[in-house]
Design a protein. Sequence first.
Length: 326
Amino acid sequence: MHRVTLQQIAEHVGVSKYAVSRSLSGKDGVSERTRKLVEGAAAELGYIGPVHLHARSVQLVLHDHDPVNSEVQLRIQRGIQHEANRAGYRIQMQWAHEANHIDEILRTADGGGFILVGPHPPINPAAVKGPLPPLVKVGLVDPLEPIDQVNSASNEATAALGIRLVQRGHRTIVYLQGNGGLRGRTERYEAMRQAIGGEPGVSLHELYFKEDGGFPAAFEKLLHSGVKPTVLVAGNDWIAAGTIADLLRIGLRVPDDISVVGYGDYANATQITPQLTTIRVPGEEMGIAAFQMLVDAMSRPRLQTASYKRLLFCPQIIERQSLRAI
């Protein structure tokens, strides 16, 4: 069977070869009607070409050193894949975490678009040495970083959690930072502090400890300092689950003696006893939105004056048995 050419598609549709090339590469310069006619003719005639495949492909770049948030990333990935399948796009996956690796990926891009998932370093347009390809980041970005973003309103949700804890009668709250040094956890703590810091009789404390067994000693030191918490808010569900086990070993029952709240709504949240109250991050919805945002960016040139987008999804507070009112 002979190979179908761009000229044959052009003659079949009744447009120029230039219009066919622009249509199949996803570039501007042709109407949406012409693009659909060309794509339909290409499929009908059996055209397969590298440019066409590039135009219908998306690179998904995951952060490869983020086991803590892997469950949320899997939800995001499922959302992206679901929407890509529905829209007829091909997803190509790779993993990277160093800034120069990301810049190299973008610098050598030839068509298509990119979705970055996880705590990737900021994009450096100067290092890319040219216009950035269509690009969406799912996760935290730097202030005014030149990239479209989809994320969860985690700070808002944690602030709402703090207010709910106070409404449930809790007055001494401890936020479990674990190893510390993570931007997301720090920002969530600050959001809770701002939300409840002015409440009369309410105190909020941070607790740092090594996450591979350091909680009992750090908690005992906290108690000896005079802080007697009624609820512990963990930086993620894994910390929360380990904390519940450690509390049981030292003779404290959850939630009878002390409440524990997590973050993420991982699978283990319902696999432990008591089941964990937590904040659920809507990963699938974020992934779907990121893909839709990227396809929109791929379908039209970005104006020099255009603003970059920030899209936030509201998490949910899921109350289970590990939290009780006082």
